[in-house]
Design a protein around this ligand. Structure first.
Ligand code: FES
Ligand code: FES
Length: 218
C-alpha cells in the first residue's frame, strides 16, 4: 500500500505540534536543571527573636514554620488551636502587635521583633481577662475548641472599634459604633461548630459595657 504523500498541510500541522511542545520540553529541561528542594534536614535554619506573652524568645527555625506551629510545637503554647490550617476557621487567631491574625497563614520568621499575644497571655486561671470572664458568664462556648481564637478575636475587635476602624457594615465612618451587626461581621472569620454565636456576642457586649441594642437580637 502506498503511504500518504507529505502534503504542505500535514507538514505545517506537524511543525505546529512541535512548536507547541517546545515550551513544555524547555520547561522540563530547566526544571531538571534547577536545584531540587532540599529535604527537611537540609534547610538552613533562621534565627527568630520575638516577644510572646511578654516573654522574649529566641529560636532557630526552619523558615517554612508557620507562626501557629512555632507557638504550638516549639513553645508548647497549645491554647492556640489548629482547626483547618488554611485560614478558614479562625481557631488559630492570635494578636500580633495589637492586630488579630490567623497564625496558620503566616510564617514565624515574618514576625521577627514583633509582639505576640496568645490566649495564655491574655489572662491566667487566677486572673482572667475580662473577655474570658464574660465568655464564662455568658456560656460563650460548648466544646471550647474555637474559644481561644474567639476570645483573642473578640478582644482585638473591641480595640478596632475603639480605634474607629470601620468594617463592611459600618453605617457612619466618622463614628464607628458597637452593634450586634457590627460585632457579627467582625467575628465572621471565627467559626464555631457548636454555634455559640449569640452568647459570644452577649459576652462582647458585656465587656464593651453595652447590653443588646433595642430591636437587635443578641
Ligand atoms: Fe488557622 Fe483555621 S487553623 S484559620
Ligand atoms: Fe465548640 Fe465553638 S465552642 S466549636
Amino acid at each position: 500500500m502506498q503511504s500518504d504523500p507529505l502534503t504542505r498541510r500535514r507538514l505545517l500541522q506537524g511543525s505546529g505540534a512541535l512548536a507547541a511542545a517546545a515550551p513544555i520540553m524547555a520547561s522540563a529541561q530547566s526544571a531538571a536543571a534547577a536545584p531540587r528542594p532540599q529535604p527537611h534536614g537540609g534547610h538552613a535554619m533562621m534565627p527568630v527573636e520575638l516577644t510572646v506573652n511578654d516573654r522574649e524568645v529566641h529560636l532557630q527555625l526552619d523558615p517554612r514554620t508557620s507562626l501557629l506551629d512555632m507557638l504550638r510545637e516549639h513553645l508548647h503554647l497549645t491554647g492556640t488551636k489548629k482547626g483547618c490550617d488554611h485560614g478558614q476557621c479562625g481557631a488559630c487567631t492570635v494578636i500580633v502587635d495589637g492586630r488579630r491574625i490567623n497564625s496558620c497563614l503566616t510564617l514565624a520568621v515574618m514576625h521577627d521583633g514583633q509582639k505576640i499575644t496568645t490566649i495564655e497571655g491574655l489572662g491566667t486561671p487566677d486572673q482572667l481577662h475580662p473577655m474570658q470572664k464574660a465568655f464564662i458568664l455568658h456560656d460563650g462556648y460548648q466544646c471550647g475548641y474555637c474559644t481561644p481564637g474567639q476570645i483573642c478575636s473578640a478582644v482585638a475587635v473591641l480595640d478596632e472599634i475603639e480605634a474607629g476602624i470601620p468594617s463592611h457594615v459600618t453605617d457612619d465612618l466618622d463614628d464607628v459604633a458597637i452593634s450586634d451587626t457590627e460585632l457579627r461581621e467582625r467575628m465572621s472569620g471565627n467559626i464555631c461548630r457548636c454555634a455559640a454565636y449569640p452568647n459570644i456576642i452577649a459576652a462582647m457586649r458585656d465587656v464593651s459595657g453595652q447590653s443588646g441594642a433595642k430591636g437587635e437580637k443578641a
